[in-house]
Design a binder for this molecule. Sequence first.
Ligand SMILES: NC(=O)c1ccc[n+]([C@@H]2O[C@H](COP(=O)([O-])OP(=O)(O)OC[C@H]3O[C@@H](n4cnc5c(N)ncnc54)[C@H](O)[C@@H]3O)[C@@H](O)[C@H]2O)c1
Length: 361
Amino acid sequence: MNINFDLDYKPHLGSKTDYGIGFIGTGGIVQYAHIPAYRKAGFNIVACYDLNPETARTVAAEHDIPTAYESLDDLLADPKVEIVDIAVPPWTQLEIVKKVAAAGKHMLCQKPLSDTFSEAVEIVEIGRKAGVKQAINQQMRWDAGIRASKNLIAQGIIGQPTDAQLNVSVATPWHMWPCLAAVPRLEILFHSIHYLDAMRFLFGDPDWVTSRHARYAGQGKVKGETKTITVLDYDNGLQILVATNHYNEWADPYATFRFIGTEGAIDGTVGLLYNYPTGRPDTMEVTSAQFGKGIKITPTLEEMWIPDAFVGTMAGLMRAIETDSDPEDNSTVDNLNTLRVANAAYISAAENRSVRPQEVQ
Ligand SMILES: NC(=O)c1ccc[n+]([C@@H]2O[C@H](COP(=O)([O-])OP(=O)(O)OC[C@H]3O[C@@H](n4cnc5c(N)ncnc54)[C@H](O)[C@@H]3O)[C@@H](O)[C@H]2O)c1
């Protein structure tokens, strides 16, 4: 059956998209996600800096970035750099944010904002006091399947949401992030934080968080939890399950989402997770009382989490600068509530109890 939805899932660009972008940190994620995304969108990358000058020089040469700076201060002193795109491990982000704010530059912070909640609050406060625009690169909100679902839910296609599940069982290439091997809080803070944020984006803030965490017998030097199950309860009866297993070394991988409401359901897959970071487009099947019983609609989703969703986060910041407003979907202020849910999950797992996100202060 051919029903045309107005899915509107692609990132919205403002009228000004030539702000000069300077990278701080030019590691893996900048090379395989940020740069391809910004090139595709026609954004203006003007400079980069990395703690390792050789990395910055090589990345600049390989990707036609005009200037590779040897010091952070030099990059921040460059008037062509109007937006600083931070892509470093979270425990170094606060010190960088202080300098970026002092230089009066707008910034796209990396997720997670910090590995401690109090530092994340400090980062947001520094941005606010400096009067610069500060956004977060928590980009699953722009993943095609998630954004299309947001749109369908807003159109009432599934009625009142009652049950949501995001189930991921994959073999994650942890070797891509050597700096994460030693972190004590791994899966939720660095990975499932995307899913928790996407659930908040779709359904709002949960009233209760209940989470269980485990390690895999063969995970070797990887220290933190690598298998988690988190339940978000809402006082209106909505229940959400986010279940993630990174050590599925035998069975077929899956990364599925299912959102069921009183009037319909959305079933889909998160394409990126089927072969990270190459991936494939998301898929989606929609049923609704609006179409009639037994009718299933399967819209084609063209865009990919990597690189396209990375256009969304930067475009969100650019539109905030242009219109002198808060970033619509990725303000750091809002992201503190995602961090509250993530931190509540750790408290829940450690103390064997359900936790209200507001407990995290
Ligand atoms: N948004 C996402 O979906 C996503 C995906 C992967 C990684 N990440 C995050 O991005 C960050 C970087 O990840 P990665 O995979 O690129 O790691 P990486 O190890 O490949 O690269 C990190 C780079 O940062 C540089 N660096 C470290 N400290 C620095 C400092 N103080 N100043 C300047 N440069 C510094 C390192 O030299 C390195 O080149 C991490 O915080 C990670 O959580 C986000």
